[in-house]
Write a protein that binds this ligand. Sequence first.
Ligand code: ATP
Ligand code: MG
Length: 389
Amino acid sequence: MKEIILIKLGEIVLKGLNRRNFEDSLMSNLKRRLAKIGEFHVQIAQSTISVTPVHDDTDMDEVEDCVSKVFGIAAFARACVTEKDLDKIKQAAGEYLADTFDTPKTFKVEAKRSDKKFPYKSPEICDEVGGYLLERFPDISVDVHEPDVTVTVEIRDLGAYIRAGLIRGAGGIPVGTGGKACVLISGGIDSPVASYMMAKRGLELTAVHFASPPYTSIRAEEKVVELLERVAKYSGRIKMFTVPFTEIQEQIREKCKEDYFTIIMRRFMMEIAEEVARRNGCHALITGESLGQVASQTLKAIECTDNACDMPVFRPLIGMDKEEIISISRKIDTFEVSIQPYEDCCTVFTPKHPKTKPVLAEVLREQNKLDCRELVERAVEGVKLTTID
Ligand code: ATP
Ligand code: MG
């Protein structure tokens, strides 16, 4: 029996004139993601996308997992396809739902007849298929108000589809329809979650990671790649730029007052990220900051770091508690990687008493002891590109 996946569009159906654009993006994102698994026909008709595997041995669990992570999809379901013939539909429903109905359950049948040429009306389809299922599975019964299983028969232009229920999709809007932004990615818990959240709002991601060898190890960088690979299951391809940050950190340590170390370092990060972002067509930065979480994330500290760049900075976690952030990181499967213990450049040379209420004028006075322009330029010129797909 031929099994396919049916996809119901999310918010994008609300987008009026842009709808076409959104649908096109969703289709191409979906096709690109599916191409990694196998060969499929992906078609859209009447606000429903069907994903039909070309080969019978396709692993449908893998397809389902892939589809569940594509933004712009409100809901989806596995379904079986058959000809638009009532007897064939009944037969197919019986076979396809055998596993579902192997234990006693209540059910109802719904019919959606978008092909109006089909000779039976929706109530007739429900009666016929429902009656057949009752006969075939003696332990099930009908409950039209609160059924355990809702069997849906859709009569569409391309065929008849039978499915049991719908699964909630990833939601959001298709990646790329909102433009491109650059995430400052560390190996921590927060920035992968921030990446996921902004991709969900339609942004394509570029990433910048600051590395300070030999203080940070190659393994720390590999960890970031592993995190981005997991984020990319939702966001699609990510270009990651690794920035050599050792020289800047050493210079700050040498020439600036210790308690300003973190804030000055963070200003450099923003400035360098902005330059890399601009060169790569991005129009915003993304960070995993959450208000009050650490000394560098107080209001005063954020005021000082924000001032180092002109682009909008998105901080989707700003009002979230750590527990809430962790629950998303578990959901997107980054948590286990994030908690592996490798040094981040943020944790080398950390001052004993970082300023929690830095004053911008003082920060600038300290920072200006360095040849900032030249340091930034050298760092930007030294970036290394890794493409994550
Ligand atoms: P995370 O869990 O994302 O590491 P954090 O709670 O450890 O965040 P900080 O270390 O203060 O907080 O970092 C705040 C933000 O700065 C991070 O969310 C990330 O966006 C950015 N950042 C920190 N370290 C790096 C790095 N090595 N490379 C790129 N961005 C970084
Ligand atoms: Mg960190």
